[in-house]
Design a protein around this ligand. Structure first.
Ligand code: NAP
Ligand code: MG
Length: 407
């Protein structure tokens, strides 16, 4: 079979543990046999990050800026246990945090819907997309473990050296902890623009939740920038398209989402988006049934699976056991990336390949062939059968092969 040629280079960012194993399988069985691709490969497995003093992560981010489109495997964000496990020089920061800070983007997540995997929430009829602001807040914090009694203050000195603000965070009577976080008008504004653009393109209502009643300066700024962006650039367009923009308190948004029918983009601040996308992912069936893309204001794209490295399955894999780990989100990270590459390069045959691969993957699940995470949440059917990861990928490959021959 003749391979489809992908015109421009794709940045491939490899990762850790079970996600890395699945990544390799997906490439070997579903991509490389059919595509002639030029890949700029960055290996971000933890050991490599440690060896390069994490420079490899920054190089990967730079490569995305150079080539425009990248695809990333899940990586370990080290904590103390990992420092011991991998004998690291230090607790390196989250690679996702580093890449997101470098691209200053918004992460959009959407469920992968299969007919036989009904959402846990009965009212959800349409997908709920999440737009996660990917810059700042606790992901770029400054924190300190307060060892003893003393005073913590927040100060701001402008670039001319003049102190414009000083406030007491806490007068500590004993040990405690403090944290400083920030955001910028520029980043919040591009977050708002990205969300309105995505919602409008995909014909989704836009919801935004924050805690401006408590955080009267910080969250209020987010609310204000969204409202200004809406009034200035979107109100007329949204009304014409029958879409609405809705701001509410984050806790109210959470409560309402559970009763809504879906069909909205839910814009979330960084931490809310981190937590809520996992909730949505598992409510739609599994963490592995969620796509994720980081969109930067300059038009760079990084596609990824939203789940982690699936550490527990990896330890079983290391013991020689076969695992039934779900590669759907990894497959969809690649198809998202290929579709975008095809769109930018004006090579519809690449987008067509992506579409066929997605169909092959969905049909596999809809035919009852699935990994262990989906079996308990699938609509019961006698044809449902749990398979190992390799078998699942082989089933997808055989369906893909048929589709490609049909052309
Ligand atoms: P995780 O890897 O997402 O896995 C949590 C649990 O969710 C798994 O134990 C498994 O449940 C289920 N799961 C997730 N993905 C699955 C899949 N593809 N197929 C089947 N089940 C799946 O999260 P974690 O265990 O909290 O984190 C592990 C490592 O991943 C950490 O080092 C963390 O830093 C990293 N992480 C990376 C990213 C990223 O790079 N994008 C994101 C999140 C976490 P069962 O065990 O019940 O089967
Ligand atoms: Mg998360």
């Amino acid at each position: 079979m003749q391979k489809t040629r992908v015109k421009s280079t794709i940045v491939e960012i490899d990762g850790d543990e079970m996600a890395r194993i699945m990544w390799q399988m997906v490439k070997a069985k579903l991509l490389m046999p059919y595509l002639d691709m030029n890949l700029a490969y960055y290996d971000l497995q933890l050991k490599r990050r440690d060896e390069t003093d994490d420079k490899i992560t920054l190089e990967a981010a730079e490569a995305i800026k150079k080539f425009g489109v990248g695809v990333k495997c899940a990586t370990i964000t080290p904590n103390r246990d990992r420092v011991k496990e991998y004998n690291l020089k230090q607790e390196w920061p989250s690679p996702n945090g580093t890449i997101r800070a470098s691209l200053d983007g918004t992460v959009f997540r959407a469920p992968i819907l299969a007919k036989n995997i009904p959402p846990a929430v009965r009212s959800w009829k349409k997908p709920i997309h999440i737009g996660r602001h990917a810059y700042g807040d606790v992901y770029k914090n400054c924190e300190f473990r307060v060892p003893e009694a003393g005073k913590a203050e927040l100060t701001f000195t402008n670039s001319a050296g003049k102190e414009l603000f000083r406030g007491v965070v806490q007068d500590f009577k004993g040990p405690g902890v403090i944290q400083g976080i920030h955001n910028t008008d520029k980043s919040i504004s591009s977050f708002a623009k990205a969300c309105f653009t995505y919602a409008y393109d995909q014909k989704l209502h836009l919801w935004f939740g924050a805690k401006d009643t408590i955080s009267k300066t910080y969250d209020t700024l987010f609310r204000k920038i969204f409202e200004e962006e809406y009034q200035k650039n979107w109100k007329a367009k949204f009304e014409e398209a029958g879409l609405n923009y809705f701001f509410t308190l984050i806790d109210d948004a959470v409560a309402r989402i559970m009763k809504a029918e879906g069909g909205m983009l839910w814009a979330c601040k960084n931490y809310d988006g981190d937590v809520m996308s996992d909730m949505l992912g598992s409510a739609y069936g599994s963490l592995a049934m969620m796509t994720s893309v980081l969109v930067s204001p300059q038009g760079y794209y990084e596609f990824e699976a939203s789940h982690g490295t699936v550490q527990k399955h990896y330890y079983r894999h290391l013991k020689g056991e076969k695992t039934s780990t779900n590669p759907m989100a990894i497959i969809f990270a690649w198809t998202g990336c290929l579709r975008k590459r095809g769109e930018l390069d004006k090579t519809p045959e690449v987008a067509e390949f992506a579409k066929k691969l997605e169909e092959a993957a969905l049909e596999t699940v809809e035919n009852g062939i699935m990994t262990g995470d989906l079996i308990p949440v699938a609509t019961p059917d006698t044809k449902n059968r749990q398979v190992y990861t390799e078998e699942f990928i082989a089933e997808v490959a055989s369906r893909l092969e048929k589709k490609l021959k049909q052309r």
